[in-house]
Design a protein around this ligand. Structure first.
Ligand SMILES: Cc1ncc(COP(=O)(O)O)c(C=O)c1O
Length: 306
C-alpha cells in the first residue's frame, strides 16, 4: 500500500504525480502552498488554512481553478485514503500546492492560463527532526541573509519561491549543524525562521514581530489567542536582537511542532529551564485543546524518553 495524492482532478498513487518541465512551479517557483497537520488523525484549522491559501492565490494572481469547498473535500478524501497507512500514534502533514500552470517561456512570456497544477498530498510528520528540542531547546542562529522586504515579496504570501530562506538556513547550519535560522529584515528587526514564527517572553510579557515582517502563521495566531485566555500580556512589535538575547524565554511556532522552545540565540543562552514557565503553559493549553500530548507524541514517535 502506498500513499495517494490529488493531482489535477484525480486521486492517484503519489509516485505517479509528474509535472511538466514547463510548469511555472518548476520554472519560476510560482507555487502557493498550504500545510496543515492532523492531531489524532483529524485536520486542525482546515478552514483557516484554505482561507490563507485563497489570499495567497489572490495576491500572487493564481486562479486555483476550483472552489474552497472543492479543495477541502478533496483534501479530506486524500487524507482518509492515506490514514490507513500510519499507526494510531502517528499524524500527517497535509499539503495543498497550486502553481500558475504551464509556462513555456520560449513560446510566450504569458502563462498558459489552464490548467493550473493542483496537488494535495500527505506526509507523516518527521517528529525525529525536532522532538529532542522540546527538552534541550533549539539553537536559533541569525544568518546575514535577510527576508525579502514586503515591497518586493510580502512575507504574508505563503509560497515556494523562497531561495533566500533556504540559503539563510544553510548559512545558520554552518554555524551549528542543529541550528534553526532566525532571519532579520533589512532594517535589522527580527523576522522569522524559514518555516516558523518567533516569540520571546520578557518580564512575563509575550512578544512577537508584527505581520509586516512575517508570515501570518496560524500557530502564531493560536498562541496569541491562548495567551490572551491565560491572561498573559501579548505585544506584536518590532524586536531587535537585543530583545532576543535579553529575553527570559524564546520559542518558535509552526504547524508541525506547534511550539518549539529555544535555549540559545547566536550561542547566547536564553534560559537553562526548557521549556520556560510561560512556554510550558502555552504547550499545555495547546495539548488540552487538541486532546493530545504534543510533546509526548513527538517523543514516542522519535523513540525518545520523556
Ligand atoms: C516562513 C514561515 N513562517 C512561519 C510559518 C508558520 O506558519 P504556520 O503556523 O501557519 O504553520 C511557516 C509555515 O510553514 C512559514 O513557512
Amino acid at each position: 500500500m502506498h500513499r495517494v495524492a490529488y493531482f489535477n482532478g484525480k486521486i492517484i498513487p503519489e509516485s505517479e504525480v509528474k509535472i511538466s518541465m514547463w510548469d511555472a512551479g518548476f520554472q519560476l517557483g510560482y507555487t502557493i502552498v498550504e500545510a496543515e497537520r492532523t492531531f489524532n488523525h483529524k485536520i486542525a484549522k482546515l478552514d483557516e488554512h484554505i482561507d490563507r491559501l485563497w489570499k495567497s492565490a489572490k495576491y500572487a494572481q493564481i486562479d486555483p481553478g476550483m472552489s474552497k469547498s472543492e479543495i477541502k473535500k478533496e483534501t479530506l478524501r486524500v487524507l482518509n485514503k492515506n490514514l490507513k497507512l500510519i499507526s494510531p500514534h502517528m499524524d500527517y502533514w497535509v499539503y495543498q500546492f497550486i502553481t500558475g500552470g504551464v509556462f513555456n517561456f520560449f513560446q510566450s512570456s504569458e502563462l498558459e492560463s489552464r490548467p493550473q497544477t493542483v496537488i494535495i498530498s500527505c506526509f507523516p510528520i518527521t517528529f525525529n527532526h525536532y522532538a529532542r528540542f522540546y527538552k534541550t531547546g533549539a539553537h536559533a542562529v541569525t544568518p546575514s541573509i535577510c527576508i525579502s522586504p514586503p515591497i518586493s515579496q510580502d512575507p504574508k504570501l505563503k509560497c515556494r519561491s523562497r531561495v533566500n530562506y533556504h540559503m539563510a538556513d544553510l548559512q545558520a547550519r554552518q554555524s551549528d549543524p542543529d541550528a534553526y535560522c532566525l532571519m532579520l529584515d533589512i532594517q535589522g528587526n527580527i523576522a522569522e525562521n524559514r518555516g516558523a514564527n518567533f516569540f520571546i517572553v520578557t518580564d512575563g510579557k509575550l512578544r512577537t514581530p508584527t505581520t509586516r515582517n512575517v508570515l501570518a502563521g496560524i500557530s502564531r495566531k493560536n498562541v496569541i489567542e491562548m495567551a490572551k485566555k491565560l491572561k498573559i500580556p501579548v505585544a506584536e512589535e518590532d524586536l531587535q536582537l537585543y530583545d532576543a538575547y535579553t529575553a527570559d524565554e524564546a520559542f518558535f511556532t509552526s504547524t508541525s511542532f506547534c511550539i518549539l522552545p529555544i535555549s540559545k540565540i547566536d550561542h547566547v543562552t536564553i534560559s537553562n529551564q526548557i521549556p520556560g514557565p510561560i512556554t510550558q503553559k502555552l504547550l499545555n493549553a495547546w495539548s488540552k485543546k487538541v486532546n493530545l500530548n504534543i510533546v509526548g507524541q513527538a517523543f514516542k514517535n522519535a523513540n525518545l524518553k520523556e
